[in-house]
Design a protein around this ligand. Structure first.
Ligand code: GDP
Ligand code: ZN
Length: 340
């Protein structure tokens, strides 16, 4: 099958690319089937993105840099069919997006299966950071996991207990130490051979240290992926994928420090807030209930009965307030228009 122009609706689903494709009338088949010889089609995954080119790792082994023509879009994590110089991305799941400083939506990586939310006793994350991370993951269909790093630091055991108490019913809580190489295999085990995970967390909690501990020859593989692009690691590369020895893949998000810039909707917070699972199974009277003051709200009932602690309800309200104020800003049409 020849490489085909991608379905525009796919781009819209990612919130990007519309209007940015080439306006030319060039046949999308150009370059594939003109020559008499049959161009072999190979499956692979985009493991690095350099703006004008991507690096594809083929399932059968080996990597290749492919220049993107104006009508082609691909992001890190995409499964792709490559025929000659043409590349076609298959539909993706587990899409993580953020808004850049100019208000444009950017896809950080796709086909993510697991979001590791890394925290530590020092530095502590902002209040609500983990809640937000879990909500973002769930709304994107990505499985969240909390990773408490720096287990060697004092206070870690008490912190781990607290995290399990709050989040144990919602997701896995792993305790690790990158410095002492404790619990690293537990991270690897969370990823099946064909799965992709990403580490997020505030600066200083040890994400780079964990990547270095988990990925043999990380520095080497990063320079390999950048070879030929003419760019350094921190210029245009948004993310790179690295194979773990256990078979899974981890994303190195060099250009993705600002996890907080990922958008969330109030309805997503209402549906995915950690700790509300049991109450939400019972269900609120209204499907779009925001658990504020609606009648027959299962969450408010559980809070009144003490099943949901008051502090968690307050954390929920705080996150809703934060999300509501940031979404008014980001949907301002003037702000958006000026971004092109
Ligand atoms: P990042 O900003 O999240 O990528 O964090 P880094 O990996 O740069 O680590 C920040 C600091 O924490 C560095 O000084 C690391 O040496 C230190 N660090 C990382 N992991 C551990 C750990 O398991 N235990 C201790 N005590 N320090 C760690
Ligand atoms: Zn409700």
């Amino acid at each position: 099958m020849a490489a085909r122009r991608r379905d525009p609706s796919k781009h819209d689903a990612r919130g990007e690319a519309k209007g940015s494709r080439g306006k030319g009338t060039r046949s999308p088949r150009a370059g594939v089937s003109r020559s008499k010889e049959v161009v072999e089609e190979k499956m692979g995954r985009v493991v690095a993105h350099h703006g004008v080119a991507v690096v594809v790792r083929f399932d059968e082994g080996g990597t290749r840099q492919i220049w993107l023509s104006p009508d082609q879009r691909a992001v890190v994590g995409d499964r792709v069919k490559v025929a000659g110089d043409r590349l076609e991305a298959l539909p993706a799941h587990g899409i993580l997006r953020r808004r850049d400083p100019r208000g444009r939506e950017r896809t950080i990586a796709v086909n993510l299966d697991r979001l590791f939310i890394v925290v530590a006793a020092e530095p502590r994350e902002q209040p609500g950071y983990i809640d937000r991370g879990i909500v973002i993951a769930r709304s994107a269909g990505i499985e969240p996991t909390i990773v408490l790093n720096k287990l060697d630091l004092p206070g870690s055991t008490a912190l781990a207990e607290r995290l399990v108490e709050i989040y144990g019913g919602s997701c896995e809580v792993l305790t690790v130490s990158a410095a002492e190489r404790i619990g690293l295999d537990a991270i690897e085990r969370m990823l099946a051979p064909d799965q992709v995970g990403v580490l997020v967390g505030p600066s200083g909690v040890g994400k780079s240290s964990l990547l270095n501990a988990l990925i043999p020859d990380l520095a080497l593989s990063v320079s390999e992926l950048n070879r030929g692009s003419g760019h350094g690691r921190h210029t245009t590369t948004t993310a790179t994928l690295h194979a773990l020895s256990g078979g899974g893949t981890l994303v190195d998000t060099a250009g993705f420090k600002d996890f907080i810039a990922v958008d969330v909707e109030p309805a997503e917070v209402a549906a995915g807030f950690p700790g509300f699972e049991i109450a939400l199974e019972t269900g609120c009277r209204f499907r779009n209930c925001l658990h504020r003051s609606e009648p027959d709200c299962a969450v408010l009932a559980a809070a009144a009965a003490g099943t949901i602690p008051q502090r968690r309800l307050e954390a929920y309200f705080a996150l809703q307030d934060e999300v509501a104020s940031s979404s008014t800003r980001s949907t301002d049409p003037g702000f958006r228009k000026s971004s092109r």
